[in-house]
Every structure is written in C-alpha cells, then in structure tokens.
Write a new protein. Structure first.
Length: 271
C-alpha cells in the first residue's frame, strides 16, 4: 500500500512502499506491513501446522518494518508510541521488528519525549533500527543531535518520496542524511503510477483506471500532489524520446522511471 500522509516541507508524503535505496545504504529492503494504522487482522487466523511457532521467531529471513504516527487520534507521546508498536507486534505475532519508523512529526509533543520512549523500546528488544519519515532536514539534524547528546539510539533510516518529478529532497535532506549517516529508502518511485503513462490529463474521472488517483480515499491527495499539466507534458517528451531512440520496441515508461532512479538520480544505490 502506498498512500500519502500530509505533504511535508521537503515535498515528502506519508505512506508508501520502499522502492529504491540511497545515501550510505546497505542491507536488504525491508518489508512494510503497517498494522499500526489499522491494517492487519483483528481476529484469530488459522495457521498451517508448524507455521505458528516460526512466526514468533524474532529474526526471520524477511525484514519487517512498522510505524507510529500522530494521526487518527494517536500521538507520538511515549504511551502512544509504545501502544502502537505493541499493537503492531501483536498483529504480526512477533516479539520484535527490524525497523520502527516515526511516521511524521507530532508538533504537540516534545521530540525528546518521543525519542526517549523509542530508546527504551529499543533497549527492551522490540525493534532494531529507528527510522524517520516526513521530517524536514532541520528536524532530522535536531533529532540526531538530541540522540547523540543523550546517548540514545540514533535513527539510521529515512523513508521519503523521490522520483523524477519530485526531487526537493536533493537540496537539503540528502546532504543532511549523508552527514548523519542515515540510509534513504525512496517511495513513490513511479509518482503514484503517473510515470507509467497509463493516465491522461484530459480524461474525465469516469474514464480513468481505478488506482492511486481515482476510486480510493487518498485519490484527491495524490491528484493534488502529482496531477499537474507540466508533469504530463514531461511524460510525453520522455515517451517520444524513447521511441526516437529505440524505434518500434522502446522500453516502457515504468522502466525509464526506475532506470532514472538507479542511473541518474542523486541516490547512491547499493544492491
């Protein structure tokens, strides 16, 4: 699921799958179930014989990440951060996760309180790495400074929106992440599907395929973010360039968008 939270000051949205990784990055891509927002079963699920015990092992081959967020009646106060992580672990039937994100700033809670709670949860073995998402570069610097001063767990991962049309993170955030040694996990690499070329700017809503931009609760937020005429004009130019270069069998626009991330973006991709 990829959706967007409030657009941040660096052009970052909220939810989204990890797609491409960047500055000073290493390790496998984590999986991303997000039961803290209400996803995941609330009822007993039958497991095949012998499988249940394996789901309780803290470190299976697949890495799992979850988040705490300040929306829908939740906050980043210590008790809410703890309850959101505990609920995620309960639904995942795990004792810990590899990566725990703070999904977005909670300006009603002193960040020191949130970070202290995260440090305590880490000491209890409930997660291995701390991640950030939707924080401005100056907030990342503040968080890292606070954690270092107090000898608390430092964040090591940042999840942010990045694609060929959304590049605000290059100016301040990327240098900040490199300075503090955070890896970058990019989401929305296809701009919510816009860079696939399947959408047409002039078409009416009823003629559009159901997906990120139509037929779901986050559709309006995604249209506000990406549905700009200049984006469609740029896509048309790329499509023409691909046909001019490759003739009758050009690469797909999807392929071109991902190739841009790997070969021409500001990421330092390591696989």
């Amino acid at each position: 699921r990829g959706g967007g939270g409030p657009q941040g000051p660096e052009g970052k949205g909220g939810r989204g799958p990890c797609a491409t990784r960047g500055p000073e990055e290493k390790g496998p891509s984590p999986g991303r179930p997000e039961p803290a927002r209400g996803c995941g079963p609330r009822f007993p699920v039958p497991f095949p014989k012998g499988l249940r015990s394996s789901l309780l092992v803290p470190s299976p081959p697949v890495e799992v990440a979850t988040k705490a967020n300040p929306w829908d009646g939740k906050t980043l106060k210590p008790e809410s951060v703890r309850s959101q992580l505990d609920e995620s672990l309960r639904r995942l039937k795990r004792t810990s996760v590899e990566l725990f994100y703070l999904h977005a700033p909670d300006h009603g809670t002193p960040v020191e309180e949130t970070l202290r709670a995260c440090n305590e949860l880490h000491k209890e073995g409930k997660f291995k790495e701390l991640g950030l998402s939707n924080y401005a570069a100056w907030e990342v610097a503040e968080i890292c400074t606070i954690c270092k001063y107090n000898n608390w767990l430092m964040p090591t991962v940042y999840q942010g929106m990045y694609n060929a049309t959304t590049r605000q993170v290059e100016t301040e955030l990327f240098p900040c992440l490199r300075h503090y040694g955070l890896r970058f996990y990019a989401y929305n690499p296809l701009a919510g599907g816009l860079l696939t070329g399947k959408y047409k700017y002039e078409d009416k809503d009823t003629r559009q395929p159901t997906g990120r931009f139509f037929g779901n609760d986050w559709a309006q937020a995604y249209r506000d973010r990406y549905w700009k005429k200049h984006n469609f004009e740029g896509i048309a130019l790329v499509e023409k360039a691909l046909k001019d270069a490759y003739g009758s069998n050009p690469p797909s626009l999807t392929s071109a968008a991902l190739r841009w991330l790997y070969n021409h973006s500001k990421l330092q991709v390591r696989v």
